[in-house]
Design a protein around this ligand. Structure first.
Ligand SMILES: Cc1cc2nc3c(=O)[nH]c(=O)nc-3n(C[C@H](O)[C@H](O)[C@H](O)COP(=O)(O)OP(=O)(O)OC[C@H]3O[C@@H](n4cnc5c(N)ncnc54)[C@H](O)[C@@H]3O)c2cc1C
Ligand code: FES
Ligand code: FES
Length: 1337
């Protein structure tokens, strides 16, 4: 083939249909192609970096060498469409639909309640589908691996696993014995434990699956053809033999080889690198070769990681253990390398050649001294050479000795000998699908049948710009005995040989340094165990309590039970209230038919909007010039503050203290300065990078709460105080007083669907908006403000959201307002959906909080007084921060009666993006302080925390510090049930025993109660409306003011209307939320969506029922359809509105003293057991038990889904999810790569949820209770359990008493808190003596 530019035709199949593309864009991903070109929008965009799995599709290709069709789950967001030549792509639409037939994979997920917002659902369906195409009956371990690359923010994963467990080998029970294997608990007679009926599932019939397209099978040219696809910017080559490949590389040394594109794709998307030549070498046989020799196995550089894993596992089974230690160490590492979608396509060559300092395979290969084969084309011929991976291989950050014109051909994996041991460990923020913080590989050769070190090689990642070896320490070990004395010397030597500057990128300096030694020690323990097992050293060389230190955590197989109240046997079968009905849109979500904002088909003349964002935390804008951007063809307009009047530009959900576009000054990184409107997304985004912004930096830059306190940077009218009794007096009289503080970080919402808006001008003075917002009325109001159109000309519509969690309550305006303005001014439809990094940068997070308190108590531990200061980090504008603070101030005492209280609140103004509502809305932060206080008191009086909790619990009739009387306070009942359910007392003994027997693993258990007040803090928001239209065919269209965010609101509203109208739910449909159907709505927030909208629905139903009474009386035997028909002909209105205003609330000490602040409370208790690895800081939740009082559940499946999802989100908040900011307030963690939400493997090994029975709530619709936010705080039980476990570790070290631990309790914080002989070796510079890489806001 000539390497000159030419054009080939791209041919592939999608869902059985042939796609022919004559000029594919080499920069286009498969995801963009599917969504924009083929209009297959079931496949979602969640992150564009391979980290969420929302874009998972199955790619099938014929492996002609093995004559096998391979089906692979891949991330369409990273797959170049040009790489699809000759492949068959299957998307979620290709396997089933509600119109034809659901695939069992879709059906089981939906019916098992595994889909809430549904945005992750197609990706999860496709991961499972691809797994089943490879293994008809997979194991639970296969499931674990299949979902490593998928995230769900809503469900808590349990229902997905329960649904899909039915496909596995482990699920052998027949219908008759359902549950008893899964659920350990026997059901009491008034409780039910069946959330879905497996008997309804269609069987899986693999013979029904679509066949691989015969055309691809028969025509070898699809593989043998050399291809060139070119655009103006990039050329994509697919050579088919080595010479061609090497010639291309010789001609274009800077060209990138793309195999999985999992490095290059991320660089192009997020670092905006432009690589004019891309070469796909996946048809070059030398790079795909797998050769087995007596010495080992040779893998071609482009062989996928999954193939390597599979073959190595096979050989580990067959060969003697002594020969396969490198193989074992490799598969151990590969298990935690990215997710399966990445490993299916990524190759080892890509990992080596990228040379990332945190690469997982480079330490293994470097320690093993792997041999690499390299080739190039020089002087008209192929030149081959061998390269040794070891000292000197890496020459700098992402550089190595292989020259730019050379190509890595393959890697030799050598068999080990009986005296050689090689082990590797990786520590990341999250175990599954995360890049390493530090990793290590240790390869030791002993003298024959001895424990004397002949030679040792130790490689570490995460400690320098490259993978590094520790030659000095290795030298020191040579000839030495492998024993504890050696460990001491090695630890000291490693500490000095692998230093880390205090400001080194990546932060966590002390932790990373501690990990080097700790991972070595783990390796030491592991190898010592192996030596003693092989009889080289005595079997008791390692004390039993040290042994578990050699191990790592493995994901336990899930056990769970869900118990709820059985509906009365006389309830009519068609009455859905109280039954576990499937989410109304679940089936459509599972088939990809459910439409989200960005799935709305593109319109004629539609434009795309992208943002110019601030790159300074605080500065004057001295120059703003878009001329270069506007000069690009297809770029239409630039908008900035100059396009609006001062008044129009000033917006905000309550106070108009922020700007649509920065008005001359920026207040944080990521603030919106302007917007570019262009023909398409790629162009608009490229153009924004050409807009010139110059700044004059201003000081001080305030990022943290502590800095705000130092500068007294508070919003006006703060601090505010709430008082009860006399705090000073009570503190003076207390037996004990204690002053403490606690702090917790923010949390990214990480709804799977980012903010999106589409605005369409209708007529010259009307605008229609489709918006991913929890508050359509606010968007309508502010669009009206910005465009000067009256509200009656602006319609805002929201069909469903791919999650919100509070993040789309007020921040939706960031996107909606510029989009609406552009559409209005330009008279053309305009769309924008934020990329994940933009969304994370722009839209704010949960508020970080700092609490300082002084508490007084008796010697028994009865709290008599508390003086507490609450500070939240609001960012640069007020948004809803005042309300978030107020809820924290009202919830700090959690379930404990404190007779004398002074609580002060400060809203800190900082140079961060405005922080905002997030599920719990300040409540969890407040209760976090309360749980610290109760534990401090217990510790000081020397009593069990549980006893002190019981002593201080509110009783029915008590009043809170904001004067609300507690009616029916059920916390004792929840607690007792939860203690029984969790076998609390037995577990305590087990934990004590475990901790005594293990030095490097510790367990902890914590009980956490919760009390969450239900009502909006702002009085006027506690109202709702509904509209019901009944049509001649008897079908009912229901509209209400709430938005379906995934929480099942529409399902519950349908259930309400079905019971109220006495008709089956199937007759009722909810299409969308729209400001022209129900006006002046409140945000769907504060957990009251079902409470207030449900009552409005009932109000409308009552009106209709009243009108139908005479008709029903006249036709007592008539059917619903007949009654409706008659009503129509009798000219009875079949449309009614409903309205509800929450009664009895709005407490004000002077103006409304008899009212309540909250309508009622939702309560619950959780017990969690965790185990920590004291050497790495890693942890595993062993079990969680939750008992919630949610009144009479309207839909136990949805409510349990909310509880489990909220628990997992709370668990993430308190343990895993850490936002990383630079000292200047720039957010580093802008995607799933760096920001870790809990994944499938993080759910508790045993996860039991019970709903309290016999506890109807008189204050809400059908005796139910609000559930969305209240359970979130129970996630903190994991944090407090971790703290207990750390305390046990510290005790072994002779450390008792108080120690600080901030939330989230990340692996770094756990490790450093578990002080020991290794951490004592570290010389860490004093804070303040250097500029750290990151700070905690
Ligand atoms: C979500 C996600 C998670 C990840 N997790 C991990 C992880 O846990 N651990 C880890 O180590 N990495 C991880 N990575 C990084 C990445 O997946 C790996 O480095 C992978 O091995 C790269 O392979 P690839 O085929 O996709 O590389 P590509 O992106 O296709 O290529 C990468 C680079 O290698 C060069 N190259 C490829 N083959 C050759 C060759 N034969 N000769 C010369 N140069 C070559 C290319 O020119 C390019 O510069 C992750 C990436 C993502 C997106
Ligand atoms: S969108 Fe592809 S993995 Fe997230
Ligand atoms: S259902 Fe999984 S992200 Fe919403």
């Amino acid at each position: 083939m000539s390497v000159n530019k030419s054009t080939s035709t791209l041919v592939f199949f999608v869902n059985g249909k042939k796609v022919t593309e004559v000029s594919p864009d080499p920069e286009c991903t498969l995801l963009t192609y599917l969504r924009e070109k083929l209009r297959l929008c079931g496949t979602k965009l969640g992150c564009a970096e391979g980290g969420c799995g929302a874009c998972t599709v199955m790619v099938s290709r014929l492996d002609r060498r093995a004559n096998k069709i391979r089906h692979l789950a891949v991330n369409a967001c990273l797959t170049p469409v040009c790489a699809m030549h000759g492949c068959a792509v299957t998307t979620v639409e290709g396997i089933g639909s509600t119109k034809t037939r659901l695939h069992p994979v879709q059906e089981r997920l939906a019916k098992a309640h595994g889909s809430q917002c549904g945005f992750c659902t197609p990706g999860i369906v496709m991961s499972m589908y691809a797994l089943l195409r490879n293994a008809e009956q997979p194991s639970m371990r296969d499931l674990e691996v299949a979902f490593q690359g998928n995230l769900c923010r809503c469900t808590g994963y349990r229902p997905i696993l329960e649904g899909y467990k039915t496909f596995t080998k482990e699920f052998t029970c027949g219908m008759g014995e359902k549950c008893c294997k899964v659920n350990g608990n026997a059901c009491a007679s008034d409780t039910d434990d069946t959330l879905f009926e497996r008997s309804e599932f269609q069987p899986l019939d693999p013979s029904q699956e679509p066949i691989f397209p015969p055309e691809l099978q028969l025509n070898e040219a699809f593989d043998s053809e050399s291809l060139v696809f070119s655009s103006e910017r990039v050329t994509f080559y697919r050579p088919t033999n080595l010479e061609e490949l090497l010639q291309l590389k010789a001609q274009h040394p800077a060209a990138k080889l793309v195999v999985g594109n999992t490095e290059v794709g991320v660089e192009v998307k997020f670092k905006h690198f432009l690589y004019p030549q891309l070469i796909n070498p996946t048809q070059v046989k030398e790079l795909l070769e797998i050769k087995e020799t007596p010495d080992g196995i040779y893998f071609g550089a482009a062989v996928s990681l999954m193939e390597i894993d599979a073959l190595l596992r096979q050989r580990i089974e067959e060969l003697p253990e002594t020969e396969t230690r490198l193989f074992q160490c490799t598969v151990d590492m590969l298990h935690y390398f990215a997710g399966k979608q990445i490993r299916n396509v990524a190759c080892l060559g890509g990992n080596i050649m990228t040379g990332s300092p945190i690469s997982d395979m480079n330490p293994v290969l470097t320690a093993a001294g792997a041999q690499l084969d390299v080739a190039s084309f020089v002087d008209g011929k192929i030149v081959r050479r061998s390269v040794h991976m070891g000292t000197g291989f890496f020459t700098g950050y992402r550089r190595n000795v292989i020259a730019a014109h050379e190509v890595l051909l393959g890697i030799h994996f050598r068999k080990t000998n009986p005296d050689q041991y090689i082990v590797a460990f990786k520590q990341a923020r999250r175990r599954d699908d995360d890049i390493a913080i530090v990793n290590a590989a240790i390869n030791v050769q002993f003298e024959e049948r001895t424990n004397k070190v002949a030679e040792i090689s130790m490689a570490f990642g995460g400690m320098a710009p490259t993978t590094v070896l520790a030659p000095r320490t290795s030298e020191l070990m040579s000839g030495q005995e492998w024993n504890h004395q050696l460990v001491e010397r090695v630890a000291e030597s490693l500490c000095s040989e692998l230093p880390l500057a205090a400001s080194a990128p990546g932060g966590m300096i002390a932790y990373r340094r501690a990990l080097v030694v700790s991972l070595f020690f783990k390796a030491y323990l592991s190898i010592t165990l192996k030596l003693s097992k092989s009889g080289v050293i005595s079997s008791d060389a390692l004390p039993p309590e040290e042994r578990s230190g050699a191990e790592i955590f493995h994901t336990p197989v899930l056990k769970s039970s869900q118990l709820f109240e059985r509906v009365c046997s006389d309830q009519p079968i068609c009455d859905p209230i109280g039954r576990p009905k499937v989410h109304a849109a679940a089936l459509k979500q599972a088939t990809g038919e459910a439409i989200y904002t960005d799935d709305i088909p593109r319109m004629d003349g539609e434009l795309y909007l992208a943002f110019v964002l601030s790159t300074k935390p605080r500065a004057k804008i001295t120059k703003l010039d878009a001329s270069e951007a506007l000069a690009l063809e297809g770029v239409h307009q630039f908008f900035s503050y100059k396009d609006l009047t001062e008044h129009e530009n000033e917006v905000g959900p309550v106070f108009h203290d922020e700007h649509v576009f920065a008005a001359g000054e920026v207040h944080c990184y990521g603030q919106i300065i302007g917007s570019i409107v262009a023909d398409n997304k790629a162009l608009a985004q490229r153009a924004t990078r050409l807009v010139k912004v110059e700044y004059e930096e201003l000081t001080p830059v305030i990022v943290t709460i502590e800095q705000a306190i130092e500068h007294k940077s508070y919003f006006p009218d703060y601090p505010r105080f709430v008082t009860k009794g006399s705090v000073e007096e009570a503190l003076a009289q207390a037996d004990h007083t204690y002053e403490g503080s606690c702090r917790m970080g923010g949390q990214e919402h990480f709804y799977l669907e980012t903010h999106a808006a589409l605005a369409i001008p209708r007529d010259s003075d009307e605008l229609e908006l489709f918006c991913s917002t929890q508050h359509p009325s606010e968007v309508q109001k502010l669009v009206s403000h910005v465009t000067s159109l009256p509200s009656n000309r602006v319609v805002c519509r929201a069909k469903r959201l791919g999650g919100g969690f509070g993040g789309k309550e007020s921040r939706g305006i960031c996107v909606a307002l510029p989009v609406a303005l552009a559409a209005h001014r330009m008279g053309r439809p305009v769309r924008c959906m934020l990329d994940r990094d933009e969304d994370m940068l722009i839209t704010g997070t949960r508020h970080p909080f700092l609490f300082k308190y002084k508490v007084g108590f008796t010697k028994e531990g009865l709290i008599t007084a508390c003086d507490i200061e609450c500070y939240n980090n609001a960012g640069w504008s007020m948004d809803l921060s005042f309300s978030v603070l107020e809820r924290a101030m009202y919830h700090f005492e959690n379930c404990y009666r404190i007779p004398n209280v002074r609580v002060g609140g400060w809203v800190c103004k900082t140079n961060l993006p405005s922080n905002t509502a997030f599920r719990g809305f300040g409540g969890p932060q407040g209760m976090y302080a309360g749980e610290h206080i109760i534990r401090d008191v217990a510790r000081i009086v020397g009593r069990d925390v549980l006893d002190v909790m019981r002593l201080n619990f509110y009783k029915t009739g008590d009043r809170t510090h904001y004067h609300q009387q507690l009616e029916h306070f059920p916390i004792e009942r929840c607690l007792e049930d939860c203690l029984t359910q969790s076998r609390y007392h037995e577990k305590r003994l087990e934990i004590a025993r475990f901790n005594k027997e293990n030095r490097w693993r510790k367990r902890g258990m914590a009980v956490v109660p919760t009390k969450y007040g239900i009502a909006f803090g702002v009085m006027h928001l506690n109202q709702a409306g509904a509209l019901i239209n009944i049509y001649g065919d008897g079908s009912v269209l229901l509209s209400h003011g709430g938005v379906e965010i995934g929480q099942g609101l529409n399902t519950k509203m349908i259930q309400c209307a079905a019971r109220a109208l006495g008709i089956p739910p199937e007759l009722i449909h909810i299409s969308e939320t729209s400001t022209d159907k129900v006006p002046n709505t409140s945000p769907t927030a504060a957990s009251v969506g079902s409470d207030i909208n449900g009552m409005a629905v009932l109000d409308a139903c009552e009106k209709l029922n009243k009108r139908l009474v005479p008709i029903k009386e006249a036709l007592p035997k008539g059917t619903w359809k007949e009654w409706i028909n008659k009503a129509y002909f009798d000219r009875v209105s079949l449309s009614a509105t409903g309205f509800y205003a929450m009664p009895g609330i709005g407490y004000h000490p002077e103006t409304n003293p008899n009212a309540r602040t909250y309508s009622y409370y939702t309560n619950g208790v959780g017990v969690t057991v965790v185990e920590i690895d004291c050497l790495t800081g890693d942890h595993q939740v062993l079990s969680t038990d939750i008992v919630m009082d949610i009144g009479s559940s309207m839909n136990p499946a949805i409510d349990i889904g909310q509880i489990e999802g909220a628990f997992m989100q709370g668990y993430g908040l308190f343990t895993l999810e850490e936002l990383m900011y630079s000292p200047q307030g720039m957010l580093y963690s802008r995607g799933p790569g760096m920001y870790k939400l809990p994944g499938f493997a993080d759910i508790p090994g045993e996860f039991n949820v019970s709903l309290l029975t016999g506890a109807p709530n008189p204050r809400a619709v059908y005796s139910s209770k609000a559930v969305g936010e209240p359970p979130l705080f129970i996630g903190s039980a994991a944090f407090f359990a971790i703290k207990e476990a750390i305390a046990a570790a510290r005790l072994d070290q002779g450390l008792s008493g108080h120690f600080p631990l901030e939330a989230p309790s990340t692996s770094a914080r756990i490790r450093i808190a578990c002080q020991d002989k290794f951490t004592n070796l570290l010389d860490i510079p004093e804070p303040g003596s250097f500029t750290p890489w990151n700070i905690v806001p």
